[in-house]
Design a protein around this ligand. Structure first.
Ligand code: AHR
Length: 485
């Protein structure tokens, strides 16, 4: 579940994104078939919904039944029609073949409203909410396993923000009621790498949680949309696991070995939504949101950063059990929709390479003499960054598969593998390398413009000690072949 995704009721992610009734590319339920096909290609295991900031003032009961009540969405200051609600979301997840993961309203919502949602989704027939689901045409329970209590309630800007003390109590009472409905559900709660927040949360209800949620956006361009260039984005990779290290320590100190991290919102780029609090008219705060959908912006910087983050997730898979790219469709997503079709951005191909080829077992990897390259951070400060970022895995066929990233924008670097002590009784006899590099760091994909797509895998003979070359600004999946067939 490290290759999960997130979708929010924000701008064109739902309406005009995955849900596009009347478009000939949509099915009878109004769901975009080309988007579903693309999401199946990257084997999405879990999809978090409906927010994000949106959820902290949204009430799920407005989005079920034959009479949908539109509401003014105070998070994003638009009218939410509620025509895409729980039943449509579950239907979408079934078509994609992924697990649903529902984030509840702990802003203006209550423990009762959250547990009623669990009743609606998971009780067979008892109570009014299961009966409503049946009345709405869905006899069998949805058995939604993953639930999150709240979204970023630690932020002042979040509707229904809470103090650390308030948060521990609210999550405890909400978890208690939700688990009374269905003790089998796995609960997460909004958190960050902050000791006070987490200690209050975990001391109050660590026994009721299976997950702790973290979010991360590194190029914080929410207001300015001033994209960090390739070099600046590589500097971000030097601290890509900072939050994980801190939370790992907190969980260990509290002895909460049963809790894992759900990094359930992450993206290199913060979403652009300026003037939410002060924009006087829709032009002030709505029009700028279209700037998230300029495909030329999603270059090899985004692809290389994404691969480094997936490497970090795999290297820490003993404590990170889920991650959700934010979002999957439109805004900063890996899939862009337009009325006649979709664009698969550079990041889509990273997800396809990793979700289809990286192994399920992660092996310890030790590197020496990793070359550094000089670059500048976004503030113009000089920084030295390791050129290579690796994760080593074993796939189901017993083959070693390495996710290898060369972050250096200008230089090819080589890899020499030392097989002594490996689980193999002899070095492999060959390898296949699958590379995504683009023609330059600025390569991107758009309608009729495919510059950032992977080359065909290349197979080579191999003997221990051989050097393997990694192209500049490249993401590589190297699969070692144990014996020639
Ligand atoms: O910028 C989008 C927001 O990022 C999401 O709604 C929220 O969860 C996070 O702060």
């Amino acid at each position: 579940m490290l290759y999960g995704h997130f979708i929010e009721h924000f701008h064109r992610q739902i309406y005009g994104g995955i849900y596009d009734p009347g478009n000939p590319l949509s099915d009878k339920d109004g769901l975009r078939l080309d988007v579903i096909e693309a999401m199946r290609r990257i084997k999405i295991p879990v999809l978090r919904w409906p927010g994000g900031c949106y959820v902290s003032a949204a009430h799920w009961k407005d989005g079920v039944g034959t009479k949908r009540t539109a509401h003014f969405d105070k998070a994003w200051r638009v009218e939410e029609p509620n025509t895409f609600g729980t039943d449509e979301y579950i239907k979408f997840c079934r078509k994609v073949g992924c697990e649903p993961y529902i984030c509840t309203n702990a802003g203006t919502g209550t423990a009762e409203e959250m547990s009623d949602w669990v009743e609606y989704c998971n009780l067979k027939t008892w109570g009014q909410w299961a009966k409503q689901r049946i009345q709405n045409g869905n006899a069998a329970p949805y058995n939604v396993k993953y639930w999150s209590i709240g979204n970023e309630n630690y932020l002042d800007g979040e509707i229904g923000a809470k103090s650390a003390a308030e948060w521990g109590r609210l999550v405890t009472e909400s978890a208690k009621m939700m688990k009374r409905v269905d003790p089998s559900i796995e609960l997460s709660a909004a958190a960050l790498a902050d000791l006070d927040w987490n200690i209050n949360l975990l001391k109050n209800c660590g026994d009721k949680l299976s997950w702790i949620s973290l979010h991360g956006y590194w190029d914080g361009i929410w207001q300015t949309n001033d994209y960090g260039n390739y070099g600046a984005c590589m500097v971000y990779t030097n601290t890509i696991d900072a939050q994980v290290k801190k939370v790992r320590g907190t969980l260990a100190a509290l002895g909460l070995d049963h809790i894992r991290i759900a990094f359930d919102e992450w993206n290199l780029r913060g979403w652009h939504h300026p003037n939410v609090d002060k924009g006087l008219g829709p032009d002030d705060y709505l029009a700028p949101r279209d700037l998230n959908d300029e495909n030329r912006r999603y270059t090899m910087a985004d692809a290389v950063f994404t691969a480094c983050f997936l490497n970090m997730l795999n290297r820490n898979c003993d404590i990170i059990g889920m991650a959700n790219y934010a979002p999957v469709v439109n805004t900063r997503g890996c899939i862009f929709t337009h009325p006649e079709g979709i664009v698969l951005r550079s990041t889509f191909h990273v997800f396809e390479m990793y979700s289809t080829a990286l192994g399920e077992t992660v092996l310890d990897t030790f590197g020496e003499e990793v070359p550094l390259f000089s670059t500048q951070d976004k503030q113009g400060g000089n920084a030295e960054t390791p050129a290579l970022d690796l994760v080593t895995t074993l796939n189901k066929s017993g083959e070693v598969v390495i996710g290898a990233v060369n972050k250096d924008p200008g230089k090819t670097h080589t890899l020499r593998i030392d097989w002594r002590g490996s689980s193999l009784d002899a070095a492999p006899v060959g390898y296949s390398i699958h590379t995504l590099s683009g023609k330059s760091t600025e390569s991107y994909n758009d309608i009729g413009h495919d510059q950032a797509i992977p080359e065909k895998p290349v197979e080579s003979a191999y003997k221990a000690g051989d050097l393997i070359s990694l192209a500049p600004h490249s993401v590589n999946l190297i699969r070692f072949i144990n014996q020639k067939y």
